[in-house]
Design a protein around this ligand. Sequence first.
Ligand SMILES: Nc1ncnc2c1ncn2[C@@H]1O[C@H](COP(=O)(O)OP(=O)(O)OP(=O)(O)O)[C@@H](O)[C@H]1O
Ligand code: SF4
Ligand SMILES: [Mg+2]
Length: 380
Amino acid sequence: MAEPILTATNLVRHFDVGGSLFEKPRKLRAVDDVSLTVNTGETLAIVGESGCGKSTLARMLMRLIAPTSGRMTFEGRQIDQARGRALTELRRDMQFIFQDPFSSLNPRLTVGRLVGEPLETHAPALSARDRRARVAELLTQVGLRPEHTDRYPHEFSGGQRQRIGIARALASGPKLLIGDEPVSALDVSVQAQVINLLADLRDRLSLTLVVIAHDLAVIRYMSDRVAVMYLGRIVEEGPTDEIFARPRHPYTIALLSAIPVAEHGRIKQKVELAGEMPSPIDPPSGCRFHTRCPFAQDRCRAETPQLRDTGLAPGHGAACHFFEEIARDAVPPAQGAGTGMTDGARARFALYAQALAGRTTRPRADAPPLPGAQPNVATR
Ligand SMILES: Nc1ncnc2c1ncn2[C@@H]1O[C@H](COP(=O)(O)OP(=O)(O)OP(=O)(O)O)[C@@H](O)[C@H]1O
Ligand code: SF4
Ligand SMILES: [Mg+2]
């Protein structure tokens, strides 16, 4: 039975933006009522377009920023108000891997200092000699060599720098790692190596991972579950192979349509979402996706859909009033296709239907890992 390690309930983070002497600041709803559970030992992926609130959510989960409201627990302990010693322990148990290994490492410190620094806080009893030995061990674990200790970050490639960041994150002996787009700043050729390293470390060190990505392909083979975010909310979540095989929210279907499907060849045409993502300062009423969804109806504009069980697999939920009907025939249930619909909307219906049809079989259980990587070996 899956044991939750981290839970979030109704998490909200608003930022005040703008404002002057004569004008009140406006509320930007970066994360707006997110609830999720991360189980011990699993990898949860959080995906969504730029600006949907992924980093804000990750920073709240890490307690790097405070939530405006909502509750969080880590190993059953309430953490949203944690301070002092409780917060220090939390910093030991949960570590962050940053997107940009160039700016997240202090260029003036050697690798030995960078990786050894967390040990000073979290293992103060270690002698200088033991600390050096531990740093060498951590570097080896991430595929670097102990003799790299005296070098500076600029002497390394992007992939190696991310490995230094991972070694630093591992130094305190965390139970959970949160990676905010940990490979998106790296060359495509190196991304798979770092993904494989994270998966390898997770298995060897019994870690729990939360990985944030805007590219679903990146997380496909390493995550157990996926949560899809749109404009500050989770719109669909479920086991990874289930989400890939039977997506139910129109937004997820659109995101997935861009990814090659091994069993069917590439889906011919990608579902292009209409328009830009609306501003989180003044989000659309009802379903936030209604301004871009070809299936939108009056109810969608008036009523916010809650995450509902799809009944397809345990833990698979979608926040759409009409996912059953859309999955059945990709036409809006009330009016039927055609009435009052623009040509553009009709074309999008056809694409959604095509995208869904291409997703009816489950991906192979023995799906290969991302190509091009030897686990735990830094080549660049
Ligand atoms: N400190 C802040 N002050 C004001 N607005 C902020 C702040 N941090 C984030 N935002 C806004 O909150 C929204 C969500 O931002 P966030 O960085 O969480 O998105 P994201 O999904 O991580 O995007 P990306 O994929 O580009 O990293 C955006 O509109 C962003 O401009
Ligand atoms: S609730 Fe309506 S607008 Fe929202 S995704 Fe479903 S059909 Fe589209
Ligand atoms: Mg981000």
